[in-house]
Structures are given as structure tokens and as C-alpha cells.
Write a protein that binds this ligand. Structure first.
Ligand SMILES: [Zn+2]
Length: 190
């Protein structure tokens, strides 16, 4: 929580309660409660839910907007990996990125690739695009422009737009304005 408090904003509620639950359908973060499925507890999915206390919690994303999952889930997952990188160091982070790449490659061998713009509903079949593909692409961009540089532009954007309902196109424009060609290349791949 300190990582996101420092980089985005202090947590607005008094407490964030992380609860282990057994609801049979997954994990979720609503209000001051991150309800984490038994099987996800103490895994990176728990950190994904805590990150949602900011992304989707304090930073609002416009429902049904074009590419909404790029912000709602992909950016959330990317920022969670940046927390891991900050907290656990680069080698664990690289293991995590390899995990995304392996999972995405497995998906690619069975299915056709999709653009995040065409995803209007979160479903199991869209998960590899939303989570794995987008995190890999954002990581690629970070390798080109610098992790600290990319993260600082992202955090700055989130701080400045707090209180608004943001859309993916705004996010991409900020990346293009700050990083030029590498960001244009990223936008073409998503
Ligand atoms: Zn999520």
C-alpha cells in the first residue's frame, strides 16, 4: 500500500481489509475490502486485488469505453508487477514476466490473437490478451524508454486525472506525447 500511496495517492478509506474467501468464482476488490479466493491467497493475485484499491477504486475508469480493460485490468496488472519489481527486485520480476510470456505463447498456439480494442467483456477467453499480452507489451515499452521513466509518466497521469472517469485513449495519448515512436509502436501492437 505504501508503494501506491507514495506514487498515486494516499488510500482514501481508513482500512483496506484483505479477506480470504471461498466463493467459488474468484477474487474481487470493492470498497475497503479485497476479497481474495482461498486458492489466490498469498499469491500475486492477492497483490492484483490490492492494486485495484487504486485502479478502479480511487482512479475511476469509464465503463463501456473503448479499450476499457486496458486500464481496468491490464494497467492494474502491470502496476502490480512494478510493485513486485520494486519490492522483490528484478530477478523475481523477470520470473513473473517469463510466466506471462509462457502463458501467452501457450494461448497463441491454440487461438487467434485479438486486439484489446475488440474486447468488450471480460471472459476467460479474453484473459490472456488483457493480462499477459498487455503486460508483456508494457514491459517491452518500459525496456525501451526506461522503467522509472514510464512508471513516473503513468503515475503522473493517474494523479492528474483522479476524480475523472478516464478512458484508454487518454492514457495512450499521454504515452505518445511523452515517448514518441516507442509508444506509437506499442499502440499499434495492442
Ligand atoms: Zn482485476
Amino acid at each position: 500500500m505504501n508503494y501506491f500511496t507514495t506514487n498515486i495517492s494516499p488510500y482514501r478509506l481508513k482500512n483496506l481489509n484483505v479477506i480470504e474467501c471461498d466463493n467459488g468464482w474468484g477474487s474481487v476488490c470493492i470498497g475497503g475490502i479485497a476479497c481474495v479466493n482461498k486458492s489466490d491467497f498469498r499469491t500475486y493475485i492477492m497483490f492484483h486485488e490490492i492494486t485495484h484499491a487504486w485502479i478502479g477504486g480511487q482512479v475511476k475508469i469509464k465503463d463501456n469505453s473503448k479499450g476499457e480493460f486496458l486500464l481496468k485490468e491490464s494497467l492494474n496488472e502491470y502496476l502490480m508487477t512494478q510493485f513486485l519489481r520494486y519490492e522483490e527486485g528484478d530477478s523475481l520480476y523477470q520470473v513473473q514476466i517469463k510466466n506471462y510470456t509462457d502463458n501467452y505463447d501457450k494461448y497463441l498456439s491454440k487461438n487467434e490473437d485479438k486486439s484489446i480494442w475488440n474486447i468488450t467483456k471480460y471472459a476467460a477467453s479474453t484473459h490472456p490478451i488483457i493480462m499477459y499480452k498487455q503486460v508483456i507489451l508494457l514491459d517491452e515499452l518500459a525496456q525501451k524508454v526506461g522503467y522509472d521513466e514510464l512508471n513516473s509518466v503513468i503515475f503522473d497521469f493517474l494523479r492528474k486525472t483522479m476524480g475523472q472517469k478516464i478512458e484508454a485513449t487518454q492514457f495512450l495519448n499521454v504515452l505518445k506525447d511523452n515517448f514518441g515512436q516507442p509508444a506509437i509502436d506499442y499502440c499499434e501492437k495492442i
